[in-house]
Design a binder for this molecule. Structure first.
Ligand SMILES: [Zn+2]
Length: 344
C-alpha cells in the first residue's frame, strides 16, 4: 500500500504531466497541477474541544453575527475552533435530530449534527455539461466534457473501486457523523442542461453510479435545458435534484425577499416536480456571503457546495463544501490520483 508521501509524489508527477498536455488554467481545478491546496484537514483531533452547534431554535431566532458562517469552526489542522458558534451544549451523539416545540412553525428546523465534527475524505466532483463543445456553442469549451471523455473517467473510477453517493446522502452522513466507506465520491452536474439526461445519465446508469443535478429552475424547458418532466425521470433513476436557484444570479448581490425567493422558489418548483424538497444547494458561480448562507439555511437546506477545491468536507463546513472541477482535459489517471490523494 502506498504511503501518503509516495501518493503525493505520484500526484505531483501526474500534475506535471497533465499540465503539460492539457494547458488547463483553472485555479485549484482538477487539472491545475496544484493538489497541495486540496485537502487542508486530516481529521478530527482527539484533543480538540467538541464542536458546538446551534440548535434549531437558536439558529432561527437569534441574530447571527457576520462571519459565523464561514468555514465556521475548522482550522487547517482540522481542529475545532476555540470560538464556538453558540454557548449551548452539543447534542449527545445518541440524540436524534430534534425539532424544539418553540421553533417558529414557518421555519424548517435544522437537524442537530451528532457527535463531534469529522472530516470526510470524500471527493466531490463538479461537472457542468457532458457534451462535445462543438455542439454547445453557447457554453465555455472548458465546461463541456465530451461523452467519451466522461465515460472514460467514470469507467476508470469504477474499475478502481470507487462508488458514488448523492450530495443528499453525503449530507445525511455528515449530520450523523458517519463517514461513508473508503473510495466513496460524489458527482455533481450543474445548471440543468439536457445533456445531463441524454448523455450523462446512460453512462452513469451503465456504471451503477448516481449523481446530483443542480438545476436552475427558471431555465427548465429552454432549448438546451432539461424539460420540467425530466426531473422526475432523473429522480426515478436514483439521481438527486438539487437547488441551484431560479435564475442563476449572483446571490451575494441580493438581500431580503429577492434572495429568499431565488433559493426558496427553486426548492418549491423542484418539490412540485419530483415530489420531495431538495436538501442540498449549489451557489451560482460559487458567490455567497454570510447573508446568503443564512438564507440557504433558512430555506431548510442542509448543505451547500462551492466552486472551490479547498476546504474540509465536514459537518462544520457543510455550507461551504469544496468541489473538484473536472474538465475535458482531465485524464482518468490524473483524476484517479487526485481522488486517491484526497482519500488519504
Ligand atoms: Zn451554475
Amino acid at each position: 500500500m502506498a504511503t501518503a508521501t509516495s501518493r503525493r509524489a505520484l500526484v505531483l508527477v501526474l500534475a506535471i504531466v497533465s499540465a503539460g498536455c492539457t494547458g488547463v488554467s483553472s485555479p485549484g481545478g482538477v487539472g491545475s497541477g496544484a493538489p497541495s491546496n486540496r485537502l487542508t484537514s486530516t481529521g478530527a483531533q482527539p484533543t480538540a474541544p467538541p464542536t458546538v452547534w446551534p440548535t434549531a431554535t437558536q439558529s432561527q431566532t437569534t441574530a447571527t453575527p457576520a462571519g459565523t458562517y464561514g468555514p465556521e469552526a475548522t482550522t487547517p489542522s482540522g481542529q475545532a475552533s476555540a470560538t464556538p458558534v453558540t454557548t449551548a451544549a452539543p447534542a449527545p451523539p445518541s440524540s436524534p435530530p430534534s425539532s424544539p416545540p418553540s421553533a417558529p412553525p414557518s421555519v424548517v428546523p435544522l437537524p442537530t449534527p451528532a457527535g463531534t465534527d469529522v472530516v470526510f475524505r470524500v471527493p466531490i466532483l463538479m461537472y457542468h455539461r457532458i457534451i462535445d463543445p462543438a455542439l454547445a456553442p453557447g457554453s465555455l469549451a472548458g465546461l463541456c466534457v465530451p461523452p467519451p471523455v466522461f465515460q472514460a473517467q467514470m469507467d476508470a473510477l469504477v474499475r478502481a473501486g470507487w462508488r458514488s453517493i448523492t450530495m443528499a446522502t453525503l449530507a445525511a452522513d455528515l449530520m450523523a457523523g458517519t463517514p461513508p466507506p473508503a473510495r466513496t465520491f460524489v458527482i455533481t452536474i450543474d445548471d440543468g442542461h439536457r445533456d445531463g439526461l441524454t448523455n450523462a445519465l446512460p453512462i452513469l446508469v451503465r456504471n451503477g453510479l448516481v449523481a446530483t443535478y443542480y438545476v436552475v429552475t427558471g431555465r427548465l424547458g429552454r432549448a438546451a435545458n432539461l424539460h420540467p418532466g425530466d426531473l422526475a425521470t432523473l429522480a426515478a433513476a436514483g439521481m438527486e435534484i438539487g437547488d441551484h436557484t431560479v435564475d442563476h444570479v449572483n446571490l451575494a448581490r441580493l438581500s431580503g425577499p429577492a434572495l429568499a425567493l431565488q433559493i426558496g422558489a427553486a426548492a418549491d418548483r423542484i418539490a412540485a416536480l419530483v415530489g420531495s424538497r431538495p436538501i442540498t444547494f449549489a451557489y451560482p458561480f460559487g458567490d455567497r456571503n454570510p447573508a446568503v448562507i443564512a438564507a440557504v439555511r433558512a430555506a431548510g437546506l442542509l448543505v451547500a457546495v462551492t466552486n472551490e477545491a479547498s476546504g474540509p468536507v465536514s459537518a462544520t463546513n457543510r455550507f461551504l463544501l469544496p468541489r473538484l472541477e473536472v474538465r475535458p482535459t482531465t485524464t482518468p489517471s490524473f483524476l484517479l490520483a487526485e481522488m486517491l490523494w484526497i482519500a488519504g
